[in-house]
Design a protein around this ligand. Sequence first.
Ligand SMILES: O=C(O)CCC(=O)C(=O)O
Ligand SMILES: [Fe+2]
Length: 361
Amino acid sequence: MADRFDKLQVEFIDQDESVQDVADAIGSSGDVPERYVRPEMEADPVIVDADGYSLPVIDMSRLIDPEFSEEEIAKLGSACEDWGFFQLVNHGVDGESLKQVKADVAEFFSLPLQEKMAVAIQPNGLQGFGHHFVFSKDQKLDWVDLLFLTTRPAEERSMDFWPTNPPTFRDSLDKYSQEIADVSDKLFKFMAIDLGVDEEALLGAFKGKPHQSVRINHYPPCRQAADRVLGLSPHTDGVGMTLLLQVNGVQGLQIRKDGRWFAVQNLPGALIVNVGDVLEIITNGKYRSIEHRAVINPDKERITIAAFQSAPLSCTVGPLQELLMNGEPRYKTVDGVEFTKGYFAAKLEGRRYLESLKLGV
Ligand SMILES: O=C(O)CCC(=O)C(=O)O
Ligand SMILES: [Fe+2]
C-alpha cells in the first residue's frame, strides 16, 4: 500500500552496513571509522541530573483524579513551557504489554544481520531496518541501527517492514501502539485544559486520523570511542508529541537546556515525553520543542522505542487562533506535506527548520 512518506519524495543515500557489524568488525582493538567520529562532542559540556535541576515528573494517576487534577495539569503545563520534556509515571500502560514489546524488540536486534535485512529499508524509503536519514556521502553517521515503522492508523501500515521474527513481534507492537495512542490522547486533553483551549481545537489540528510511527533505536556499545561517536545527532522531533520507552536500563538521552547538554536519568518504569515541533507551532511557541541527542555507552547496548504522535499529512500546521500573542502568529502556517518535506530538507539539524518557520514578531 502507498506509504504516507511516498508523497514526500525525499532522497537518501543507500547504506547497507549495520553499526552492529561495524562494532563487531573493529572488536576491542580497531579504530572507529572516521565517518562515525564526531569531533564536536568535545566542545559541549554535559550537566548531570543534579539537585534543583532535574526533569519534571508528571503523574498520570493525579491528572485523572479530580482531587489533584488541577494542580497536576498546572505542573504539566509548566513542564511543557520550561522544559519541553517530562517523565510520565503511573501512565497506566499495561505491564504485560510493556514486558512483551521489550522482549520482542531486544530479540529482533539480537538476530543475525541477514534476518534483520528481511525488513531492510528500501532505496529512498523511510520504513524498515537500517541506517536512516543519510543525505550525502560525506555526512557523519550516527552510531545506531534502527527500525522505523508507521503504526497508526492501522490501515496505513506497510506490513512488509514488520518483522515476523520473533513471531510475537507484530502482535506486541500492535498492542503497545494502541496503549501509547491512549496515553497521548489523555495528555493532549490535559494540555488543552492547561492552554485554555477547547479540546477539539487542539485535537482538531490532528484532524482525521492521528498518525503514529515508531522508531526503535538500537545503540551498540562502542568500547573504543563512546565519547567520540553519537547515537543520534542533535534534533527536534517533527511531530506533535513523542513518548520514549527505555527497553533496558541503560541511559543515554541528553537534552539541550540553557545552552548545555543535560543528561536525563530515566526513572524506572517512566515514559519520557517531549513536545514536538508541531505542538510548539500550534501553541504559538508556548510549549517548546527542545533539541536532544543520544550518546553511547562504552560497554552496554541501549535500546529505546520512540513513539511519535502526529498529524495526518492532510492537516494544516499553524498557530491556533486562540493562542495568538496580541493577535499575532509567531510562526507561518503550512500544510502537512510542506511541513514534513521541509523538516527532512533541513536534514534534522537541531531547530533549524522550526526557526525558519518563525515570523519576525
Ligand atoms: O533513544 C533516545 O534516547 C532518543 C530517541 C530520539 O530522540 C528519537 O528517536 O527521536
Ligand atoms: Fe527525538
